[in-house]
Design a binder for this molecule. Structure first.
Ligand code: ADP
Length: 257
């Protein structure tokens, strides 16, 4: 990336931030430190991948950033709002209004069409749909001719793209995707990742994705590597090859220690 591009990115507003975020589970001898004083920030219009071995704290970090799990110490912010100070009801509202989620399981309602699934969260929240935005999302996701099909009439990749469109429909400040391609073959995975990429490039979305797949991480602007609850490395403008290379270095270091 050019110096100007790096400087440009640094000027963008921070959408999500963790400050010395620590998360412990259990107590006494069974106490596990899932996150150990993690500090990180995601800027507007960034696509960030979180990687690391199983048990390194990826899901915990994402859940804490998204207000799905509380912190043991430290702070989490979405925009200027400190999540760690909010009451349950306020957190629920913030998740509904300001955050989009994509999970490994598509979680679509089988009785509703693709379009009804996409607009459901907004309908439930009583939001007036922004038709122009919805059109843009549906066009970018490439589902215009499938909108009136039910999930069973769609492929896995199409279903996950519906789930992505649903996450974006409410114009969230940030989308969190937890292993979004975990249930998909590589071609369907590429469709979903291509859409997430376009949502950042063309629609100005901000995306944080947990993945263990170097190919998926290659779609991101930046990869954060976690190990034992800490951020141990970062790769800017990754490719599948550079991510794989970095992962192998960690594996090698792990075997040597
Ligand atoms: P990853 O997503 O990288 O696989 P996790 O964030 O799921 O890692 O887990 C990090 C650590 O926290 C692991 O040691 C895991 O066993 C522990 N952990 C996660 N969730 C819980 C929980 N609800 N109760 C107890 N320990 C947990």
């Amino acid at each position: 990336m050019s110096t100007a591009a790096v400087a440009g990115r640094a000027r963008r507003t921070v959408v999500a931030r963790a400050e010395s975020l620590t998360k412990a589970y259990g107590s006494g001898e069974t106490r596990v430190i899932a996150l150990d004083a993690v500090s990180m920030a995601v800027r507007h219009g960034e696509f960030v991948a979180i990687m690391g071995p199983s048990g390194s704290g990826k899901s915990t970090l994402m859940h804490c950033l998204a207000g799905l799990d509380g912190a043991s110490a430290g702070q989490v912010f979405i925009g200027d709002t400190e999540l760690t100070r909010l009451k349950d009801k306020q957190l629920t509202q913030l998740r509904r209004d300001r955050i989009g989620f994509v999970f490994q399981a598509f979680n679509l309602l089988p009785t509703l069409t693709a379009l009804e699934n996409i607009t459901l969260p907004g309908d439930v929240a009583g939001r007036t749909a922004d038709r122009d935005w919805l059109d843009q999302v549906v066009t970018a996701v490439g589902l215009t001719d499938r909108l009136h099909h039910r999930p069973t009439e769609l492929s896995g990749g199409q279903q996950q793209r519906v789930a992505c469109a649903r996450a974006l429909a409410g114009k969230p400040e940030i989308v969190f995707a937890d292993e979004p391609t975990g249930n998909l073959d590589s071609r369907a995975g590429a469709e979903v990742l291509g859409f997430l990429r376009r949502s950042v490039d063309d629609l100005g979305q901000t995306v944080v994705m947990v993945t263990h797949d170097p190919v998926a991480a290659g779609y991101a602007d930046r990869v954060l590597f976690l190990a034992d609850g800490r951020i141990v490395d970062e790769l800017v403008e990754p490719t599948a090859a550079t991510v794989l290379d970095r992962m192998q270095q960690f594996d090698g270091a792990g075997r040597r220690s």
